[in-house]
Design a protein around this ligand. Structure first.
Ligand SMILES: *Cc1c(COP(=O)(O)O)cnc(C)c1O
Length: 448
């Protein structure tokens, strides 16, 4: 068979089927529309009853005692941090590769983020890079199950127990994923989820966190859910009931709660189909030079849930040193999806290396530490995080098991790999600026 020319060099596209369906997300049904309309017609947008139903249903499904819903994941994480008692002068360890809202809220509470490196195989926090960063000020570790891959919870829980640290799971990328048979969001002292439209469990603009500890739950209610202060039972919190102690209003919009109640019912089945579709795509490319699917080993009980923001590793050396940027453009020219990199490393952003956000007269990062603290002590080099943009890329996120379409996308990848020598000829890219701080709005594919 004659070798087909890559589309980037003038050949025909590998992806011929036009099946936009396979990427449309979320799936909106008549049931969603009816549920939302009912709230709208009852003018219940600012109520709490439907939101409470949503919290209770989700908490039951996950097997946690308390769920508290928010207008977005960012505020859910802030509320959870306050609930856990993170405050002035505390250090919070977090992976550098994540969306900013895993950690930036620490500033609102006077706490100091401390970044750890990630494991290049999973893009999740590297447990071996945590312990040496623990100081007497360390209060918590934020664990992100990045790009739907569960983090190494056995190792992380061991460290947390040994040092008496709180664990806050950020599950915004991994709704429904299992780590060794146990669902993510059931490990941490608190576990927060973004439920915005682009996420695997998409509710609109919304977020939620879960905890089994009454005190964490009630502190978060006190902080930003003033209309629900009747739920506060702890004597230490009762004197402050009536006004939100954080000065925040954290009420979820009930059009989203109504939508979310329907989503909770439909998601498990959708997740199963996505898992089948994504594993099929990975299977087709499993032994392809230069590519390594990022997915759990089979038979371990670990899964990727709804496969939000799925990635592969890229091994340029196996493709003669072809740049990831050139590779991605070639895949895109075939009509498939391939975005180089992932989230950019947070630890290099000036918000965390120099900015004085609130006028303390020194960088906010160290604003609440004693006078001897310098920013240099907190500016790290994290080699994996700094090179991750050249090592991973985003693949298509199939929502349906559409065999033919998935095969065409896999063929696009195979064709580009086969022709990597021809592509090397015009390769002038250097991969120094791949990825971004937000994947959502920069995405080529406007359905996600
Ligand atoms: C999306 C996201 C958040 C924030 O959620 P919003 O609903 O957008 O506020 C937090 N952490 C991670 C890892 C996310 O991807």
């Amino acid at each position: 068979m004659a070798q087909e020319q890559p589309a980037l060099l003038g050949g025909e596209k590998a992806v011929k089927s036009d099946s936009p369906d396979v990427f449309i997300w979320p799936i909106v049904t008549d049931r969603h529309e009816q549920a939302v309309l009912d709230v709208l017609r009852a003018r219940q947008m600012s109520g709490n009853e439907i939101t409470k139903q949503f919290e209770q249903k989700y908490a039951r499904m996950l097997g946690r005692k308390h769920g508290l819903a928010y207008p977005n994941g960012t505020s859910a994480i802030l509320g959870a941090m306050y609930g856990l008692g993170i405050g002035v002068g505390d250090e919070v360890i977090c992976p550098s590769i994540t969306y900013w809202a895993s950690i930036a809220q620490a500033y609102n509470l006077g706490a100091t983020p401390v970044f750890a490196d990630v494991d290049p195989e999973t893009i999740c926090i590297d447990p071996s890079d945590i312990e040496h960063r623990i100081t007497p000020r360390t209060k918590a570790i934020v664990v992100v199950h990045y790009a739907s891959m569960p983090a190494d919870m056995d190792a992380i829980m061991k460290i947390a127990e040994a040092h008496n640290l709180k664990i806050l799971e950020d599950c915004s990328h991994a709704h429904g994923a299992l780590y060794k048979g146990k669902e993510v969001g059931t490990f941490g002292d608190a576990a927060a989820f973004s439920l915005m439209t682009g996420k695997a469990l998409a509710v609109g603009e919304a977020g939620i966190f879960f905890t089994d500890e009454r005190k964490v739950y009630e502190r978060a209610i006190l902080f930003g859910h003033y209309i629900r202060h009747d739920q506060i039972t702890l004597d230490e919190l009762k004197p402050f009931v009536g006004l939100p102690c954080g000065g925040y209003k954290h009420r979820m919009h009930q059009l989203s709660s109504a939508f979310g109640l329907v989503q909770l019912e439909l998601y498990p089945e959708q997740m199963t189909e996505i898992d089948r579709a994504m594993n099929y795509f990975c299977d087709l490319l499993e032994d392809t030079a230069g590519l390594r699917p990022i997915r759990p080993d089979k038979g371990t009980g670990t899964t990727k849930g709804g496969w939000y923001y799925p990635h592969f590793r890229y091994v340029s050396e196996q493709l003669g040193g072809l740049s990831l940027s050139r590779f991605s453009k070639a895949i895109q020219a075939e009509g498939s999806i391939c975005n180089p990199g992932c989230n950019k490393p947070l630890h290099l952003h000036p918000l965390f290396t120099e900015m004085d956000v609130y006028g303390h007269g020194r960088p906010t990062r160290i604003a609440h530490l004693d006078e001897s603290a310098t920013i240099d002590q907190y500016v790290q080099e994290l080699p994996v995080a700094e090179s991750i943009g050249r090592r991973v890329f985003e693949i298509p996120w199939f929502k349906h098991f559409d065999r033919e379409t998935i095969e065409q996308h896999a063929d696009a990848y195979k064709k580009v790999v086969k022709n990597h020598k021809e592509l090397l000829a015009g390769d002038t890219e250097d991969d120094t600026d791949t990825g971004g701080y937000s994947s959502f709005f920069s995405s080529r594919d406007n359905t996600r």
